[in-house]
Design a protein around this ligand. Sequence first.
Ligand code: NI
Length: 184
Amino acid sequence: MIYPIYVYGSPVLRKETEQVPVDAPELRQLVDDMFETMYAASGVGLAAPQIGKSMRLFVIDASPYEEDEPALAGFKKAFINADIYERSEEAITMEEGCLSFPKLYENVSRPERIRIRYTDENGVEHDEEYSGMAARVIQHEYDHIEGKVFVDHLSPLRKTLLSSKLGSFAKGKFRASYKCKLPK
Ligand code: NI
């Protein structure tokens, strides 16, 4: 099932998320649906709040970056109850986009390396270190389960310059190639 994607201005994107019961029978279907929704929107990551669910869950398929980073071949993972518990001092700036902000791309600075604990869709616990594009995408999605979005990292000046653009999402004044849900 493909879910509509909640755009910026939707309260659910700011709501506190809940821990996910990893043995819930409907979890596997939800993970499958999130991948399906993400692929339909040509995204590389999708977090549960973006489909209106306040859960500590996100999915990533970073394999489109395989050409630049061969290690990302087949990188398709679900992150349940993730906890980023270590971040490198060194930061790196890269351009990001987000399915909740159709066609907006902005430079964001983030730690270059992270360590993360999470459970996968099979209930297996992981403790891993990531750098490069994987660390970038994971941190972007992790923000979503913390009630944050990528524009929160922009400078006050940049946010001011973008304010009318940012306000336009909730009003439906944008184009997207996938189904979106506006705040009421
Ligand atoms: Ni996003």
